[in-house]
Each structure stands twice: as structure tokens, then as C-alpha cells.
Unconditional design. Sequence first.
Length: 143
Amino acid sequence: MKLALFLLWTAVIVGVTTLPWSDYTGHSHWDHVRWMPFCERPIMAADIVLNVILFVPFGFLLMRAGSAAASARRVTSTLLFAAALSISAEYFQVYCHNRIPSATDVCTNVLGAGLGILFQWCSKSGAKDAAELCGKPSSSQQS
């Protein structure tokens, strides 16, 4: 069930970041790419907030769908997977008339996944994983 929720949310991300498909063209628009994160205008606060919010469940659900034990490798792979998905969506947007690919979007999407990881750690089942990852003994090990 955890994996199914993660896959469903990934499908939502793909849909949100690539729609409308009618804007797709057979040629690229590299001149529209905003390469420098948080520097190139227009920077829209709502866009940043929505990008973060879109990827919070991604990080949360991917950490939940994995093995029971947290590890630095699992956290890193979750963040890398978020970056790969985000870069793929931005690359698709290079071929769309009305979409503007942006490095800011990639950064805020990875930030959202990172917040999802933190929220998973703060949940009841994730607290033990976070303690073990940080090298602290969990409450069951302290007894």
C-alpha cells in the first residue's frame, strides 16, 4: 500500500509538471530556460511554495515505502530521485511553448522532498529511524 501511494503521487507530479500536453512541440526552446536558481526574473513566490508542497509527499512517501531502517544512503537516494524526476520534468518543458524550465523549480522540488523526509522522521514511525541515522540510541535501546 505504501509503494502504491508513492507511485500514485509520482504520477500526480508527472501530470502536474507536464500538462498541458497540447503545448508540446517537436523543437526545443533552450532560450527560455532559466539556468540560475533564484536569480532570473520573474521569481514568483507562489510558484516556489507550490513546487515545495508538490514534492513534500514525494519525499515522505518514498521514505515510508522503503525498508524499515533509515540510512544516509536511503536519504541520499530519495533526494537524488526527486532531483532526477524534477530535471526530467524541466527537460520536457524545454519542448513546450508555454512552459518555462527553471533551475529554481529543481531546487525547490528537492527542498520539498527533503522536507518530506523530515516530516517522515517526525512521525511516530520515523522518529526511531531519524535517531538511528543521527547516531543516537532510540528509546528502545536506552532501556
